[in-house]
Design a protein around this ligand. Structure first.
Ligand code: C2E
Ligand code: MG
Ligand code: MG
Length: 557
């Protein structure tokens, strides 16, 4: 630590400010999932002509003690405004800047007024400025500081809790105030042993449960980065990416394009994605978008559920994140790495995974958790998808989970039968069992269509009526064909207990698709039942049907 006389600081502070010896240095904050810059922290640096560089640790406490700190902090804000406008003038993409405030700032002046005046003078929006406050600021006088923070929030400033975990009462502070971001103290990272890892896991878990974004400071190594990425810490700051830089160096750094800036329009998209709790036992159901909706199920687990994030756009599907458990499942399907998996989806014809595309479309369209079974590489697996955010350019982020069922050496017949019958069922779009005797739908075995569940609880004749009206283009013909009277007549006339007719059925994305609808008779435990099946037409049949319909559209009515 430097030995600088307190008096020296007091004697020289004002001149240092006027002469520009005290300046803001900028250290970028990186979005973990994209490695793009999402904001920058301004840190005070005093480059003294006679003593050299002074650390903020030395002069800040002196300025605080002598009630001068607000002058420093407002001057740093003014520096930010100038840099912001330089970036704007150079046509560089813009991002928020954060400033550090001291508790004593609030004693001296009306900080909100002062800050607002400065940013108005430079024509800078409030959401471009984030306020960093350490927990010690809020130790006492809770009601007073809560009012102050609320007024900052109302004016559009985000508030970050700095150095979380360094003080005595972090948890109380968290309970009493509304923060947007938790900056986790770098001391947790300096020794990344198993205890500090567990603490970091719990902190990230807790922050997600209460809807606060997470940022780790002091990231210096690849190992720390990998760990933080794995547990879902949303943002990173530290020497690993960049040291604090002067305004000129920062602008130069941006112009060189070493790191790119996240477009402002994408901030909300990534913030929403950041709320997925990678550590939750049930990450797909456990996304809380609203701080009043706190999930009870977030507990720390050592081995997480397989979880990946896939970004879907009209042109591509990109694997953005996968945890180790998900990678293990991918390997069982024959992929050697996440890169291998990405390459194979980039190169494959969509027709080979049209089922998967249907699932993805349905997940995006409905926002529901969608589960489907598949079979690949001799492995039967369940794939779960849920859309967690939609972005610009029809982008959507899916949280994905996967569970494989490994084949055992000695598969007995019933297991094989069970397995393969499920795969055969996958051929159908929809299968349910109905009873005309009981006027009931007994069970929906399987469905790729997004039909509502209400049909299952109503009497069969009513369900047929409603289904025909809501889901079938040729509704009258459908109603006629699926009545008990018609079936009886059909069986009497043809001696057959099955029929198959084409209809246009509303698909999961809302448009009508031509399908074969089949009804066939089965006897189950002595009960006469029917299987109601919707199935894709064979290619040739589909071609012929479409050709005929073109010429005689009345045929289907
Ligand atoms: P802070 O706000 O927690 O800032 C982070 C500190 O960690 C900065 O030190 C930064 O240079 C340093 N740092 C960043 N990445 C790494 C890393 O990977 N490894 C290590 N070992 N350190 C890293 P700095 O700039 O010396 O600031 C120290 C503290 O002084 C700040 O802690 C903040 O509390 C205060 N401070 C700095 N500038 C201002 C200011 O303008 N106003 C006020 N009120 N306080 C300030
Ligand atoms: Mg800070
Ligand atoms: Mg800090």
């Amino acid at each position: 630590m430097q030995h600088i006389d307190e008096q020296y600081i007091l004697d020289n502070f004002e001149t240092a400010l006027e002469n520009g010896y005290i300046k803001a240095y900028y250290q970028p904050v990186i979005r973990t999932l994209t490695e793009k810059i999402c904001s920058v922290e301004a840190l005070a640096r005093w480059q003294d002509p006679s003593t050299g560089l002074l650390s903020p640790y030395i002069f800040i406490s002196v300025l605080e003690k002598n009630r001068l700190i607000h002058k420093l902090d407002l001057s740093i804000l003014e520096n930010i405004c100038i840099t912001y406008n330089e970036m704007r003038a150079k046509g560089l993409p813009l991002h928020p800047f954060s400033i550090n405030l001291s508790r004593l700032d609030f004693n001296e002046v009306n900080m909100l007024d002062e800050i607002s005046q400065i940013i108005n003078k430079y024509n800078i929006p409030a959401d471009a400025i984030h306020i960093e406050i350490t927990e010690s600021v809020m130790l006492d006088n809770t009601a007073y500081f809560r009012r102050i923070f609320d007024s900052f929030h109302d004016a559009g400033f985000a508030i970050l809790m700095d150095d979380f975990g360094s003080g005595y009462s972090s948890l109380n502070v968290l309970k009493d105030y509304r923060f947007d971001v938790l900056k986790i103290d770098m001391r947790f990272l300096s020794d990344i042993g198993s205890r500090s890892k567990k603490i970091l896991i719990s902190v990230v878990n807790m922050a997600k449960a209460i809807g606060i974004h997470t940022l780790a400071e002091g990231v210096e190594t690849q190992e720390q980065l990998n760990f933080l990425r794995g547990i879902g810490c949303e943002m990173l700051q530290g020497y690993y990416y960049a040291r604090p830089m002067s305004s000129e160096d920062y602008i130069q750094y941006l112009s060189e394009g070493t790191m790119t800036i996240e477009p402002t329009q994408d901030n909300e998209y990534w913030d929403t994605i950041g709320q997925v709790n990678f550590l939750s036992p049930d990450p797909l159901s456990d996304v809380s978008f609203d701080d009043n909706d706190v999930s009870e199920s977030t507990i720390v687990r050592e081995s997480a559920t397989p979880l990946a994030l896939m970004e879907i756009s009209p042109e591509s599907a990109k694997l953005i994140y996968s945890n180790q458990a998900y990678l293990n499942e991918l390997m069982k399907l024959g992929y050697t790495s996440t890169e291998h998996f990405q390459q194979s989806i980039d190169n494959m014809q969509p027709a080979y995974y049209s089922n998967m595309i249907e699932q993805v479309d349905a997940a995006i369209k409905t926002g529901e958790l969608i589960k489907k079974d598949y079979f690949a590489n001799d492995i039967y697996y369940t794939y779960c998808t849920k859309c967690i955010a939609k972005g610009r350019g029809s982008k959507a982020m899916l949280a994905v989970s996967m569970q494989t069922f490994e084949p055992t050496e000695e598969v007995n017949r019933s297991e094989a039968f069970e397995k393969y019958s499920r795969i055969i069922i996958d051929f159908y779009d929809h299968l349910s069992i109905i009873s005309f005797e009981k006027n009931k739908i007994l069970t929906r075995i399987y469905s790729k269509m997004a039909f509502c569940k209400d049909y299952l609880t109503m009497p069969l004749n009513e369900a047929v009526e409603r289904f025909a009206e809501n889901e079938v283009l040729e509704s009258e013909r459908f109603k006629d064909s699926f009545s008990k009277e018609y079936i009886d007549k059909h069986i009497a006339a043809t001696g057959r207990i099955a029929f198959q007719k084409p209809f246009h059925i509303k698909g999961p994305t809302g448009e009508y698709i031509l399908r074969d609808v089949r009804l066939f008779y089965i006897l189950s435990n002595g009960d006469p039942l029917f299987v109601f099946a919707i199935e894709p037409m064979a290619h040739e049949a589909d071609m012929i049907a479409k050709k005929m319909l073109k010429e005689h559209p009345e045929l289907l009515l």
